[in-house]
Design a protein. Structure first.
Length: 92
């Protein structure tokens, strides 16, 4: 990928997942380097093996038994009672 900062042109290699690579790269470059989306051009997308990955932020998703907590669960309308005498408990 290359991008145009305020001075000159910079080349860089970035490792992200293949399914969200364009969106994540744009947001990551904007957050880390203040690069605008129109100044970023992605040259090549390539899949790498899990053992070649370097970033700890990406390595944490290589676990096959990963779990995500759901701290604020709201009942959907079809499971909600029509009338009730207490407020709903959304924190479990």
């Amino acid at each position: 990928m290359w991008w145009l900062p305020q001075k000159g042109k910079k080349n860089m290699i970035q490792r992200v997942g293949a399914n969200l690579c364009v969106l994540c790269s744009d947001r990551d470059m904007g957050a880390r380097h203040r690069a605008r989306a129109h100044s970023i051009q992605i040259m090549k997308v390539q899949v790498i093996a899990a053992n070649k990955c370097r970033r700890p932020a990406i390595k944490q998703f290589h676990d096959s038994k990963i779990k995500f907590p759901l701290p604020h669960r709201v009942l959907r309308r079809q499971h909600k009672p029509r009338f009730t005498t207490k407020r709903p408990n959304t924190f479990f």
